[in-house]
Design a protein around this ligand. Structure first.
Ligand code: ARG
Length: 565
């Protein structure tokens, strides 16, 4: 918001629109350098003046205007200092408005987000947790930016692994064990298959045979497959409910079974398919990529073919303007190949397809691999986090009414925030103790500060003062800590926009940490509730603005913001 204020003040003095001016304005790293700065170097050519001369001229114009702004020059920089008493009141007014944080830049555009997309008959893995949380935060952020958003769960419900599972079930399976614990039992079968296959290569052939049967629509095999899908969905839906995530569409890989023929046909028509070791591929040599496999030698379809059909469906049937795929970095080549093949098919909109990759997540230093059965069950991690949160609450606030619910919000929130707080491409090593600490860069720290803000507002009678029509007196907003906090509060919309531009929820996560730090510095500066009602109201208004932004921000990240902790 500061950038927009500065742009509005400066643009009449430049031959630029407000938008263009805003694009040039910077927020200086230190408050001594101003609240906003305009580097005049790039303007020198346009205005045929030296950067220094431009800065001087602007400074004179600004200082004579009486807008509650003071200007200084430093070389070719123009530094603006806003008067906190004057502008603070206005900022507070804008932050309190209903529309604050509801932007319109995406209006009329539709983004389809491929997120979560776990594999059927396997436990919900940590990689899928990251995809779920990053995807959910992005979906919320795009919504806040005014986009229409469709969240799609591209379930891994088709492919050779079902051949393996069916083959293992036929050999070593037991219906009653499967019915008692479907996911664990499927995992046991899956692991057993891989162990046995090491000594018996025939098993792989057998599995391929079952998958071929599945693809050709064999009813008995399909029934078994359907059972695995249903049971897995029950389990996944429990996880989603706990994480507070929902989807607009569950369209797994099998959804595209009847849509791949057309893709293969088009590729054939365009003479893009080539034979290689009996398989059909699209060569991508000219792009420096290995060939993209389209049909296996036994004629069965595979992952890339399904993704070609998927992208075309989302573009043409769902009418998407932007297609995001929130999937681990290890699939970067896969997506690069799929998008490249789309390009070769003449689908120029492949430029609107984006892989949003992220790094690995380890738990207490442990990696996981489903094949070897080294699985960390998400439910267990969540349970442990919630139990720890409950311990802390019982110790800190034994009187709290709904401890269990609050502990769930904090425990789950701690995991979400640990996932989202760093740039997504970095790997995450989740440490339970650290993630649950109430101070430090954690979810609980943010939630706790938010709850403290609300309790401060209750204690100071903020709502009553507001009902009585008390106005904010700007003279109480002038301390550096108060002004710093207000400026940060007013940067919420910019942080949403930047997060969307970079498909990077950590931008918002970092912003919320900074906001919380700034608020705590302000809070610790002196008493918030004082003798004078006017002074109390002004100070509580800053707290109310910070609470509003922090609460909304946490919800955008997919976390809860409990009122009491
Ligand atoms: N099920 C896949 C996996 O776990 C992820 C799917 C991602 N989405 C896609 N359209 N390929 O590896």
């Amino acid at each position: 918001m500061i950038v927009r204020i500065a742009a509005r003040i400066l643009s009449p003095h430049l031959q630029l629109s407000e938008e263009e001016t805003a694009g040039l304005i910077e927020i200086p790293p230190r408050p001594e350098m101003g609240d906003a700065a305009l580097p005049c170097f790039s303007l020198a050519k346009l205005l045929r003046q030296s950067p220094q001369a431009i800065a001087e001229r602007l400074a004179q114009a600004v200082n004579g205007s009486g807008d509650g702004v003071r200007a200084e020059t430093a070389g070719g920089y123009l530094n603006l200092f806003l008067d906190p008493a004057h502008w603070g009141v206005r900022l507070l007014g804008q932050v309190a408005a209903d529309e604050y944080g509801k932007l319109r830049v995406g209006e009329g555009r539709h983004v389809v987000i491929d997120m979560s997309s776990p594999n059927i008959a396997k436990p919900f893995g940590i990689g899928h947790l990251r995809s779920t949380m990053i995807g959910n935060a992005l979906a919320n952020l795009y919504t806040a930016a005014g986009w229409r958003v469709t969240r799609v769960n591209h379930l891994g419900d088709w492919g050779t692994q079902f051949g393996k599972l069916i083959s293992a079930y036929r050999r070593w399976g037991d219906r009653s064990l499967l019915e008692a614990e479907p996911i664990r039992e499927s995992l046991r079968l899956y692991v057993k298959f891989h162990e046995e296959a090491e000594n018996d290569p025939m098993l792989e052939d057998e599995a391929r045979g079952w998958f071929r049967k599945l693809e050709s629509g064999d009813e008995e095999t399909l029934a078994l497959w359907r059972y695995f899908v249903e049971e897995s969905l029950k389990e996944f839906n429990r996880v989603y409910a706990r994480l507070g995530v929902s989807f607009d569409l569950f369209q797994g890989e099998s959804f595209y079974n009847d849509k791949m023929g057309a893709v293969v046909e088009r590729l054939t028509e365009l003479s893009l398919l080539e034979e290689s070791d009996g398989a059909q591929v699209v060569r991508l040599d000219e792009l420096g990529m290995p060939p993209c496999l389209i049909l296996k030698s036994d004629g069965t379809t595979i992952y890339p073919t399904r993704d070609l059909a998927t992208a075309i469906y989302r573009k043409k049937q769902l009418d998407a303007d932007l297609l995001l795929y929130v999937v681990g970095s290890e699939q970067a080549l896969h997506f690069a190949q799929v998008f490249a093949v789309l390009g070769k098919m003449g689908e120029a909109w492949n430029a609107d397809c984006r892989h949003v990759p992220f790094g690995l997540m380890k738990f207490e230093g442990k990696k996981m691999s489903t094949r070897r059965g080294k699985v960390i069950f998400l439910d267990e991690v969540l349970d442990e986090a919630v139990a720890k949160a409950l311990e802390i609450i019982v110790e800190k606030n034994p009187e709290l009414a709904d401890k269990t619910q609050t502990a769930e919000a904090i425990g789950v929130g701690a995991i979400i925030f640990a996932d989202l707080k760093n740039r997504r491409q970095l790997s995450v090593d989740f440490q339970m103790e650290e993630a649950l600490s109430f101070d430090g860069e954690t979810g609980p720290y943010l939630q706790y500060t938010h709850a403290r803000m609300l309790s401060l507002l209750r204690k100071g009678g903020y709502e009553e003062l507001k009902q009585r029509g008390t106005a904010v007196d700007g003279q109480y907003l002038e301390t550096p800590a108060s002004w710093a906090c207000l400026k940060t509060v007013s940067g919420f919309e910019e942080s949403i926009l930047q997060a969307v531009r970079e498909n990077e929820p950590s931008v918002l996560a970092r912003y919320l940490l900074e906001l919380t730090k700034d608020f705590n510095r302000y809070y610790n500066e002196g008493k918030m509730i004082v003798e004078s009602e006017d002074e109390t109201f002004a100070k509580l208004s800053v707290a109310a603005a910070a609470a509003r932004v922090l609460g909304d921000g946490l919800r955008l990240l997919g976390m809860k913001a409990p009122e009491r902790m």
